[in-house]
Design a protein around this ligand. Sequence first.
Ligand SMILES: NC(=O)c1ccc[n+]([C@@H]2O[C@H](COP(=O)([O-])OP(=O)(O)OC[C@H]3O[C@@H](n4cnc5c(N)ncnc54)[C@H](O)[C@@H]3O)[C@@H](O)[C@H]2O)c1
Length: 247
Amino acid sequence: MIKVGVLGAKGRMGSQVCSTVALASDLALTAQVDVGDSLNQLLGADVVVDFTHPGAVMGNLRWCVEHGITAIVGTSGFDDARLTEVAGWLTARPAARVLVVPNFSVGAVLMMRFAELAAPFFESAEVIEMHHAGKVDAPSGTAGRTASVISAARAAARTGPMPDATATAAEGARGAEVDGVRVHSVRLAGLVAHQEVLLGGHGEILTIRHDSLDRASFMPGVLAAVRGAGGLPPGLTVGLDGLLGLA
Ligand SMILES: NC(=O)c1ccc[n+]([C@@H]2O[C@H](COP(=O)([O-])OP(=O)(O)OC[C@H]3O[C@@H](n4cnc5c(N)ncnc54)[C@H](O)[C@@H]3O)[C@@H](O)[C@H]2O)c1
């Protein structure tokens, strides 16, 4: 039985993680912690899952590392500087494990992998991400990550520059450039979270599309992380790819 503590337990994601863990016969939900609760409630857990807030997650994570509890982080905001900081804490605790997962949706992880595989074979690649009107950041972290993996795959294969004859453009018309890949962000009432990767070549276009329709889409990935994190090598792991057999 894996003992699981949840941080941000009253939030949209955290509450769903609590119900999902509670229903799994091989997992025991041992702590549900939210603002104002003591982190000491997490003592005794094998794994802690954090879905809190970018402003709170680093303190929580450091506490987990210092107490030798494997931490799985879904909270957003993990840029390179943060990952470096976490890796620094882990050098002092070589047995501890931290798994940072920018996207728990298995479909989104596969979309990024498919885009990475396809990228060297096409002249052009652009990303369109579409989200509900309440999203505060643009482009989405997943779109930015997709652009980065496309860019790296093209560079590794020495794919040439993308053709683009644009000579004049209204501001923003060609989207944001992330690692040399154009990313377009749509914000529209009624949408949830959607992304298309467009790959264009000679007389053909490949479109890879993913639609997140409900937070339930994250739960299989959360369960894979909770069940698999203890078997990861000690230290920092980013992404679900390894646990899904995609690394
Ligand atoms: N990785 C993924 O696949 C994925 C998917 C969805 C959301 N997210 C991210 O997860 C985070 C949470 O999203 P949400 O929609 O559940 O937000 P939310 O606002 O509904 O929930 C956050 C919860 O964390 C609690 N909290 C804040 N500070 C805390 C602290 N110091 N200790 C304990 N609890 C604390 C809040 O009270 C709240 O209950 C966000 O950063 C979001 O971007 C990631």
